[in-house]
Design a binder for this molecule. Sequence first.
Ligand code: PLP
Length: 363
Amino acid sequence: MNRVYNFSAGPSMLPVPVLEKAASEMMCYGDSGMSVMEMSHRSPVYEKIIADAEAKLREIMNIPENYKVLFLQGGASTQFAAVPLNLIGRTGKADYIVSGQFSGKAFKEAQKMGYDVKCIATSKDTNFDRIPVVTKDMISPDASYVHICFNNTIYGTKYSYIPDTGDVPLVADMSSCIISEPVDVSKFGVIYAGAQKNMAPAGVTLVIVREDLLEYGDPKMPSMLDWKLMAENGSMYNTPPCYSIYVAGLVYDWILSIGGLDAMKERNEKKAALLYDYLDSQDYYIAPVQKDSRSMMNVTFVTGNEEIDKKFPKEAAAAGLVNLKGHRSVGGMRASIYNAMPYEGVEALVAFMKKFAAENPKA
Ligand SMILES: *Cc1c(COP(=O)(O)O)cnc(C)c1O
């Protein structure tokens, strides 16, 4: 069996020790006599699995006591609707910063539901090649929340700072950067993330919400979107995505085993630096993102020649480097180098890029 270096934006690579552990427990978890897939979510064995997963995540992210951790379903996209349903009751209005496709979708979802929402900043004019500048005076003081997407998976941009929104709660979609580095949770009202980029297989969506924000939900909202109801039921109002939560727990174990998020950040910075330093050192490939907005997780680049851009991912795949084609709205290439991508994978990519450039002159 030959595993490839998988640069997919999501679902994406999981750490090998996690896959091995899951495989070893596939037929029988502990002395339960069954797979986690086959287990009642109300059983004491499973209750311990979900409680341990939450405890480990709290440890890794240093989540303050006054925040609830929810393991939900429906992906980050379902939270685009859940965010206004749970929060807009605070003041009846909300602000959005549109820095790419996902934050644009979140904004549109709230608009579609008829809410009074405003886009206060966007980088659409420059095809989302940067994080728009956000200063405190741009925030509506009477907004229920300000919504941002912290790392823009498609364009390869990330906030290099946490916007200061004063007393207005900051809500962040962190689907593609969650647990990639330490973040000060107390600066956010809500953090949410689909798991399939950096945390687990698809199926579980994480919501971290400050307790005092659980009081503003629309009474008519569907129960499955109701954070307060989910919090009161320990994420088990209905059947949770049991197996994905179990794998998330294994991923948290792995992060703890390598030294937590400080160590994770160091690894991720080293990988991203290798790729960006190479991109900056030559002129065959162009990195379209402004330097101060570069993502550590998703690295985009183009050659400026459509034919060559098409050829690159094909030849890379033949060399064992797969899923490097950029998103259709950007073109070119995208290397997603999440937590589970080893340094050697990025080394292999840079070596391939050098060889490819030498073999495929543009003029
Ligand atoms: C992938 C992604 C989404 C969509 O997630 P789903 O779980 O597929 O709904 C939303 N936001 C960001 C930042 C993403 O990377």
